[in-house]
Design a protein around this ligand. Structure first.
Ligand code: 5GP
Length: 121
């Protein structure tokens, strides 16, 4: 698998502070911020600070402390947001997953009933 990282992607620019974001939570290894085009009352993106293009890249190559930091951010987001009734966590990946931004991000979506997981293609 080619996990070549493009440092000019929009989330890399957010991490460098070149583009503003609505931060929900941050630690040494991860940043959580509100999606610019929310699909539900809660729509937060959790991203690692390291240069990982996708979930499978991050899972395969991120150091243990990066993975722990990322999951700690997920825990904080879910604790702080209105998702007591549930939520959906998803990571669109490459072409078939219709990934638009090539920096790994986990969508945390909730705050309303979300329907079935997939609609017919
Ligand atoms: P995906 O890559 O998972 O298909 O989607 C990328 C997500 O990033 C979309 O939900 C889109 O609304 C969001 N997004 C794209 N550009 C920006 C941006 O500049 N700021 C924020 N906060 N979200 C963005």
């Amino acid at each position: 698998m080619d996990f070549t990282y493009d440092p000019e992607n929009i989330f890399a620019k957010i991490l460098r502070g070149e583009i503003p974001n609505d931060t929900v939570y941050e630690n040494d290894h991860a940043l959580a911020f509100r999606d610019i085009n929310p699909q539900a009352p809660v729509h937060v993106l959790v991203i690692p600070k390291g240069p990982y293009v996708s979930l499978d890249h991050f899972a395969a190559e991120a150091a243990p402390e990066e993975q722990l930091g990322f999951m700690a951010a997920v825990a904080e987001v879910c604790r702080g947001e209105a998702v007591a009734n549930g939520f959906r966590a998803l990571s669109n990946t490459r072409r078939d997953g219709v990934q638009e931004v090539p920096h790994f991000h986990l969508h945390i979506i909730g705050g309303r009933p979300l329907g079935r997981m997939l609609s017919p293609a």
